[in-house]
Design a protein around this ligand. Structure first.
Ligand code: PLP
Length: 416
């Protein structure tokens, strides 16, 4: 290992200030707190031009952004083609909303159908650097699916703790990838996230590599969420971005990516980045409004199930980032989320799940409130595929009944 590698990134504990060298695998600080990883930018010498030329080569994210990720071994990287998603100029939807500069970062194009493929791929490769044989996830379904698909490719065991009420299609997807799926129910009066508790115990008692999408038990994969931000920053610096928020990893990925690119002079400024939660599970929004510490949300209830983390694991860092870039934290109701889902499909041909549509519902709200004006440039992150919960979509429509094989019936049906 060269001395450059040793310096590549640092682990630090924000609680006790302990530091660990990068060649060590650190999931948690010895003091029990979470650790934070920071990549050393001093050794990175890339220009915007260089990054764009890598894009031409169509490299997978993990190779394209290798210097920026907490990985040491460029060889034997496992990937399924994560990232490299399109930033779509949403002309039809923009016309409908009278917003000519509306862009959608279409993350449903990722291999398992959600942006979670980006962070989890980094967490998985870090675990593989240390010879992982069993990895485990706690997830409403998407992060677990990212891990299950990657584990299939890496040929290792994957255990997935999911909420007992997770959509059946997400569970089926997991089973198909060969994951061992364990749905966990809530016992009465239980506060918190039972899947995370089981994941923590499996790490402590069984030595499984914990790879959730948040930083509480693993600092590495959150760095993988930065790749979405680098891609957008290489395309443009919009006035506003709308980012759905559950644990906070996606938000921080975007924020840190733009901050790093600014430090490297690849961009001149940061967009204003807004965080969007479901109104029925909005612990971060509550803390943001009241300017108080984040508390556990007691009864999560939102159609955006992928955002229903009762506790915003990385929320404190998000609150700091929001203050720095002037973004707001807002909650959106189920109605506007479904409306956004319908508009994405009807006007742009993008089939997103409610979790992946919440950000657009957030845009409606901020335009209504006059925070965003219609002529500004806006990027909305559409993060998860609609195929992940077909039962939800079926519930939106009355299924059309059959006709006789007769043109009369066709004309009647089409009102021609
Ligand atoms: C997890 C998830 C989010 C939220 O990301 P966090 O990193 O948990 O804040 C948004 N959209 C989809 C589709 C997700 O699966």
């Amino acid at each position: 290992m060269s001395s450059k590698d040793v310096e590549k990134f640092k682990h630090t504990c924000p609680a006790c200030r302990a530091e660990y060298p990068c060649e060590k695998l650190v999931y948690q600080c010895d003091c029990g707190s979470k650790v934070i990883v920071k990549v050393n930018l001093n050794d990175i010498e890339v220009s915007r031009k260089e990054m764009l030329s890598r894009r031409e080569k169509d490299l997978p994210s993990i190779e394209r952004y290798f210097e920026f990720l907490p990985l040491l071994n460029r060889k034997n990287l496992v990937h399924l083609g994560e990232g490299n998603t399109p930033l779509v100029h949403a002309k039809n939807l923009g016309r409908r909303l009278a917003m000519p500069h509306l862009y959608l970062k279409n993350e449903i194009n990722n291999p398992t159908g959600s942006f979670k493929d980006r962070p989890i791929n980094v967490g998985l490769n870090r675990a593989l650097e240390f010879g992982a044989e069993t990895v485990a996830s706690a997830s409403s379904g998407n992060a677990a699916n990212s891990l299950a698909a990657g584990s299939a490719k890496a040929n290792i065991r994957c255990v997935a703790f999911v909420p007992a009420d997770a959509p059946r299609s997400k569970i089926a997807q997991l089973l198909l990838y060969g994951a061992e799926v364990i749905p966990v129910g809530r016992t009465e009066g239980y506060l918190g996230d039972p899947t995370v508790e089981m994941l923590t115990k499996c790490y402590q008692e069984l030595g499984f590599h914990p790879i959730p999408s948040f930083g509480h038990l693993n600092p590495y994969q959150m760095e993988g969420a930065k790749t979405i931000g680098y891609e957008i920053a290489e395309d443009m610096v919009p006035n506003h971005m709308l980012i759905p928020l559950g644990g906070g990893g996606l938000y921080l990925g975007n924020y840190n990516a733009f901050s790093e690119y600014k430090e490297l002079d690849i961009v001149d400024e940061l967009p204003v980045m807004h965080a969007v939660q479901g109104a029925g599970c909005a612990p971060l929004v509550k803390a943001f409004r009241k300017n108080k510490p984040i508390e556990t949300w007691e009864e999560p209830r939102t159609i955006a199930a992928g955002l229903a983390d009762p506790f915003t694991w990385d929320g404190e860092r998000v609150l700091t980032a929001l203050k720095e870039n002037g973004g707001l934290a807002i909650g959106v109701e189920d109605g506007p989320i479904v409306e956004a889902q319908k508009l994405l499909a009807r006007y742009e041909g993008i089939f997103a799940e409610p979790t992946g549509s919440a950000s657009l519902a957030g845009l409606f709200k901020l335009v209504d409130e006059g925070v965003i004006s219609k002529d500004e440039t806006v990027v909305v992150e559409v993060t998860g595929h609609g195929f992940k919960d077909l039962v939800q979509v079926e519930g939106l429509f009355e299924m059309p009944g059959p006709i006789r094989p007769d043109m009369k019936d066709v004309r009647k049906r089409l009102r021609i």
